[in-house]
Design a protein around this ligand. Structure first.
Ligand code: KG4
Ligand code: ZN
Length: 348
């Protein structure tokens, strides 16, 4: 089955075609960074309008790259949530209508489930069960994954998400939006011995995260030290985040006895985090799996893949689609077991 995937939950338009026999056939991502940069963050209305402009031409382009006619698609998957409602609506409306026009099933995908499954697109995919660290701009979660739709939340951030902490700290350091990759670049030239920031919530049991104290410590140091300490501050901040995430991942592997650790979401593109988690996993006798860099951040390929899994399981979105700004990952069920109106497997 060939499935078109559409991602529009935030500031990237992502389109892809995944084939259940041949893997990923084509994918394209259009980033809105330039559009939002002057505002220092995502402007939801501008995001929606840009998805309107880009989505249809991108679908044409990706089908052409995949060498496919529309009729050769067997299903369409779109991100149903969580995310910005206006942005989600664009993708859902276009994808749902497209599927209706082709008379193929559609399915609404959970954005974080898609992130979590992204390493399945790689040559050496993880086997269930595994532990997943999902670190993006909106979420920080440790999840025990028993199978598709079988998720147990082990820990989550009680305040800012990891990516949000990166973005806010980068802003404090005068770096452009989105700050994560910029901060990583600056941190490379920083002296790791000059400052040491707290590793929040690592001294007590449990797998929850908190990044607001670290953000305050960083802010105070910026105010104290001035501009010439920027690289050293960036380094100390990144080291503290990486350490915190690594400590919790180690605990999660110990607690669950899992043999694989999946790391996904935008912050999973961070090189220092990748290096550190490789060590953590090795020591725990586990393997760490990442999607390739371009599939760590938002993309249509992960949506096409997650959608294909759910479509194969018989899940179908109704014709009357909706989108959801908030949608707890733990509320998902395997396809076929879903009791919600989305994914009942009912013919529409
Ligand atoms: O998953 P994603 O593309 O979008 C959301 O679903 O949120 O994640 C975006 C987040 C942003 O906060 C961005 O600054 C962060 O991921 N990010 C990074 C890096 N690349 C992206 N953070 C740290 N280091 C990076 N290299
Ligand atoms: Zn994301």
């Amino acid at each position: 089955m060939r499935v078109l995937g559409v991602e529009t939950s935030c500031d990237e338009t992502g389109v892809a075609v995944y084939c259940t026999d041949r893997g990923l056939l084509a994918h394209a991502v259009h980033s809105q960074i330039a559009l939002h940069a002057r505002y220092g963050g995502v402007v939801p209305e501008l995001a929606s309008r840009d998805h309107v402009r880009k989505l249809a031409p991108m679908i044409g382009q990706v089908l052409e790259e995949a060498g496919l006619k529309r009729r050769e698609l067997g299903g369409v998957a779109y991100t149903r949530g969580p995310g910005l409602v206006g942005a989600l609506l664009v993708g859902a409306a276009v994808a749902r209508s497209f599927a209706w026009g082709l008379d193929v099933p559609a399915v609404g995908v959970h954005h974080m489930e898609a992130h979590l499954l992204a390493p399945m697109l790689e040559a050496d995919p993880p086997a269930y069960p595994f532990v997943a660290l999902l670190v993006s701009g909106g979420h920080t979660m440790l999840v025990q994954v028993a199978g598709l739709g079988r998720y147990r939340l082990l820990g989550t951030s009680v305040d800012d998400a990891a990516g949000e902490a990166f973005d806010k700290t980068a802003k404090l350091l005068g770096l452009p939006y989105p700050g994560g990759p910029e901060l990583e670049r600056l941190a490379r030239t920083g002296n790791p011995a000059r400052f040491r920031f707290p590793r929040p919530m690592t001294d007590r049991p449990g797998l929850d995260f908190s990044f607001s104290g670290l953000k305050t410590a960083t802010r105070n140091t910026v105010l104290d030290q001035g501009a010439d300490a920027r690289a050293d501050i960036a380094r100390a901040f990144q080291d503290a985040v990486v350490d915190t995430l690594a400590i919790k991942c180690r605990r999660a592997l110990e607690q669950t006895g899992a043999e694989a650790l999946v790391v996904s979401g935008g912050v999973g593109a961070n090189g220092a985090l990748r290096e550190r988690l490789a060590q953590v996993a090795e020591r725990a006798g586990a393997r760490v799996h990442y999607p390739r860099m371009e599939l760590c951040t938002d993309n249509g390929a992960m949506v096409a893949y997650a959608g294909a899994c759910r479509l194969l399981g018989g899940e179908r979105a109704p014709l009357s689609f909706d989108v959801v700004a908030r949608w707890p990952l733990e509320s998902l069920r395997p396809p076929g077991e879903d009791v919600s109106p989305h994914g009942t497997g009912r013919a529409v």
